[in-house]
Design a protein around this ligand. Structure first.
Ligand SMILES: Nc1nc2c(c(CN[C@H]3C=C[C@H](O)[C@@H]3O)cn2[C@@H]2O[C@H](COP(=O)(O)O)[C@@H](O)[C@H]2O)c(=O)[nH]1
Length: 365
């Protein structure tokens, strides 16, 4: 949306005040995330995209995904991800993506928050998945929404035990995670018959519809910010919830959506990092040195919104580049995103991080 385009929210307001009625209700749902990402990109002066690198990256990413036959099947191959294609996996994924944020630590690799499970110490995103699997093994109903809302049974002590650490650092934002569980438990109890399945089915197989339900009804999923005086929707956890469902169920059953192309990448702290490593994202010197110094970047800061919005737009251009070269490609932003995240984690394991990820502490990612 360029500067001279009218603000869609304003148009909606005008439409209503002139009694022109709301937009056509039969219009397919849209999350507005991609449109807002383009607006952020068009108004970013501290983060830029490099088109030559994007073209090069598109070829490299496509070839690597082909070589690895990277598909939705890859999701369930991860050791800790649930394998059953049933309601328990829907509940697991909802719980996981309700809490899928902010695992980075200022401690060393040995001292950072870690979860002991199946003889390994899991950190980062995998520490969350391990903690949930461990709790289920210990007969704690950590993936049941009615449990989260029941403060007598699901006490803070029970939750501290669920997220107990193998080191003396606790899980980051513990109290915010408890608040997310309580809020979501209550909303699912009151508005969705105590069932995540009801929530998923209310979207009628629309990925964008499900994202909008989460953003509209759950404040803890409403990842929206102000940029250049406009509201911009990024909705990272709402979107990764849909994509995780889609991948876990391989596009069928509870993972069947007729508009997966409406989902963008999930703007976290790993995708900007890998895009910068690929040369697709370029930072202004003050921002780059802030990141390299590991100095915090507060949530909502213009630089942070530019990083997240330009990452979404960068992968949209990369996706279009892949389709230009391979019109037959069965590819979407979700699959590219999963691949880029796994690629970044591989580079981290190999000690090959070209730049640190940015340090923003928030519940949004
Ligand atoms: N954009 C994007 N962000 C992702 C993931 C995942 C894991 N998805 C799995 C499922 C399928 C894939 O194959 C992955 O194996 C976690 N995150 C985010 O990263 C951060 C954690 O980073 P670290 O502390 O280093 O583990 C945190 O914000 C978390 O929300 C992803 O896929 N895409």
């Amino acid at each position: 949306m360029s500067d001279d385009e009218p603000d869609p929210e304003l148009l909606e307001l005008l439409r209503k005040s002139l009694g022109l009625g709301a937009k056509d209700p039969s219009a397919p749902p849209d999350t507005k995330v991609l449109q807002h990402a383009e607006f952020i990109y068009n108004n970013s002066i501290d983060v830029a995209l490099d088109m030559r690198s994007t073209k090069r990256a598109a070829i490299a990413v496509w070839e690597a995904m082909q070589q690895q036959s990277y598909s939705t099947k890859t999701w369930s191959k991860h050791e800790l991800h649930p394998k059953s294609k049933d309601e328990s996996t829907v509940n697991f994924i909802f719980t996981m993506d309700l809490l899928n944020f902010s695992f980075w630590s200022e401690r060393s690799q040995e001292e950072r928050f870690a979860v002991d499970y199946k003889g390994k110490k899991w950190t980062g995103y995998w520490s969350l998945v391990a903690a949930l699997q461990r709790a289920l093994d210990e007969e704690i109903q950590i993936t049941t929404p009615s449990f989260w809302a029941n403060e007598e049974e699901c006490t803070e002590e029970v939750l501290r035990n669920v997220f107990r650490s193998a080191t003396d650092e606790e899980i980051p934002l513990f109290s915010e995670r408890v608040a997310c569980l309580r809020e979501a438990g209550q909303i699912i109890e009151e508005e969705f018959d105590n069932s995540v399945i009801t929530l998923v089915e209310d979207a009628k197989s629309s990925a964008a519809g499900l994202v909008n339900i989460l953003a509209d009804r759950f404040p803890c999923f409403r990842d929206e910010h102000i940029f250049e005086k406009r509201k911009v929707r990024i909705l990272k956890r709402a979107q990764i919830f849909v994509a995780d469902l889609w991948a876990a169920f391989e596009g069928e059953g509870y993972g069947e959506f007729n508009d997966m192309d409406k989902i963008t990448i999930f703007a976290d702290y790993r995708i900007p990092q890998i895009l910068h490593s690929l040369g697709c994202l370029i930072y202004c010197p003050p921002l780059e040195s802030r990141i390299r110094r590991l100095d915090p970047l507060e949530s909502g800061h213009s630089w942070e919104i530019q990083l997240r919005g330009c990452s979404i737009w960068s992968v949209e251009l990369l996706r279009r580049e892949i389709l230009r070269e391979h019109p037959e490609a069965k590819i979407n932003a979700s699959l590219i995103d999963f691949f880029l995240y796994d690629l970044m984690k591989e580079k981290e394991r190999d000690g090959d991080e070209e730049i640190p990820h940015h340090r923003t502490r928030s519940i949004w990612y």
